[in-house]
Write a protein that binds this ligand. Sequence first.
Ligand SMILES: [Mg+2]
Length: 266
Amino acid sequence: MKHIIREWDRLKKALVNKQIALFLDYDGTLTPIVEVPQKAVTPAEIKELLKKLLKSRRCKVAIISGRALGDLQAMVGIKGLIYAGNHGLEIEGPDIKYKSWVSPKLKPIFDGIKRELERRLPGTKGLLLEDKGLSLSLHYRLVDKRQIPLVKESFGQAVRPSLNNRIIKVIAGKKVFDIRPAVEWDKGKVVLWLLARERFSRGDKNVVPVYIGDDVTDEDAFKALKNKGLSIFVGSASAQSRAKYYLKDTAEVVEFLKKILELESG
Ligand SMILES: [Mg+2]
């Protein structure tokens, strides 16, 4: 895994006269991971950069997150970007409005799991159950370390009866369990779909995808973009990630986005 800023002088040559389809994860990529998801406001510097990228004719910008679409739009607050919420189950942007079909049984299943979690883990300090409509997230970042095994065990028991029906699936992220509809749709497929749209209108060879993300769900996108563009992991160089490049932290993401902007002015 190579540090993309160190490789930039070599890489940027391949981007001359190309359109860039920029795909960005939100938490941990554009904004540092915080203790409570509601506090992850977009830093002013990032907002300015996103606005400039949006204006540049070089770039199309999409933000792809596990957050609910409305939550993501409110957090970033910039009109004209493409927003993919709930890992792409709902997408909105200029000329796009998409919502994945889900089983009508999904909501009753979520309600049942919520009740079961509340019964098994009543008043657990720091535990946050977030209903995002199309998915359900159990955040345990703030739970006392000694209680985490109990949280994990109880979570497993609460979801187990619903796992056999193939309506839901569970995905573990950074201090969070996500329960999602068991549809074949993930950040990788979303990226390929958005990229195909872009290439359809601009020509296959003219659009280079760039994806930046920090969590396990971003791996689907890294895998999907293998040999297609630049995949960038946020964190220390990791052998576990399928991304080809890395940036150390969100501060380096800012630095990298500035380099993309500089391409514009030549
Ligand atoms: Mg993330």
